[in-house]
Design a protein around this ligand. Structure first.
Ligand SMILES: [Zn+2]
Length: 278
């Protein structure tokens, strides 16, 4: 019975996830003027971050700053800086291959995990964290929160967080207070409520649209075109799609050729810098 429920739950997520692609106007309308779109970071901000050494494994030629984030406005990227984010997982096979690709490039990303997936694959959640990546949340069952009552939406967010925390329990790794709205469908009231409880909403500057049923080459072409146009930004991928797994090595190679650096977001606050690499 439990196994059947799990199977149905995962199936529901895959069907109800970003396979149901939001219309572009929705994504654009839902994306607030993200802090990542502002100009180069203030000198003082960069200096403050210099005390933070790179997270484990974030040492490749592509690896840029490790950026502690306590609020949305902390995500200020200079030209050429990119943040990699992966939503909707983890899922066996695909997520693991993405971790391997990121390891080879020596860069770290942020994974926005769905509660249902965390309950199904807790060991994989722990592996993502153990390999040096940041883990945030993405609700429990991936609903469109903008169509829910405010209280129910907050409960859905909290349920997802509890599932991820349970998966990480005892691992020595924690979840960052980072959250992404499914379908990028936010509301002003929810954003305010999340900010008041210290949760940072991760907006998207460059949507790879890897949920469309196109080739990996098309995803690569679209993502690089948008990145070249903006020059910097938070990139949205999904670790549940084979086309994303297939395109990621070429994407990272393109970043290297064109001089980009991958910034690793970590929780801000006192003592939140990653431990020095041994
Ligand atoms: Zn999603």
């Amino acid at each position: 019975m439990a196994a059947r429920w799990l199977f149905l739950g995962v199936g529901a997520i895959l069907l109800a996830g970003c396979e149901v692609a939001p219309q572009e106007p929705l994504a654009l309308a839902a994306s607030s003027p993200a802090a990542a779109t502002v100009t180069a970071p203030a000198r003082a901000s960069v200096a403050a971050n210099a005390r933070c050494l790179p997270a484990r494994g974030h040492t490749g030629a592509l690896a840029g700053r490790t950026l502690p984030v306590s609020r949305v406005s902390d995500i200020r990227l200079a030209r050429g800086e990119v943040v990699l984010t992966f939503d909707d997982g983890p899922i066996p096979g695909k997520t693991t291959r993405i971790l391997d690709t990121l390891d080879r490039a020596g860069v770290r990303a942020t994974f926005l995990v769905v509660g249902t997936m965390a309950r199904s694959y807790p060991r994989l959640v722990r592996e993502v964290a153990a390999r040096g990546h940041t883990i945030g949340s993405h609700t429990d069952r991936h609903p469109n929160l903008s169509r829910m009552a405010h209280g129910a939406a907050l409960a859905e967010i909290a349920k997802g967080e509890r599932a991820i925390a349970a998966a990480l329990s005892g691992s020595g790794h924690g979840m960052a207070p980072f959250f992404r709205f499914p379908y990028l469908a936010d509301t002003r009231a929810l954003r305010s409520a999340l900010a008041a409880r210290g949760t940072v909403v991760l907006d998207v500057d460059i949507d790879s649209k890897d949920y469309f049923r196109t080739s990996s080459a098309k995803v690569l072409e679209r993502t690089m075109a948008r990145l070249r146009s903006r020059g910097r930004g938070v990139v949205l991928f999904h670790d549940i799609h084979a086309r994303t797994v297939a395109m990621l090595p070429d994407f990272l190679a393109a970043l290297g050729r064109e001089g980009y650096r991958v910034v690793h977001l970590v929780p801000g606050g006192a003592g939140a810098c990653p431990a020095p690499a041994s």
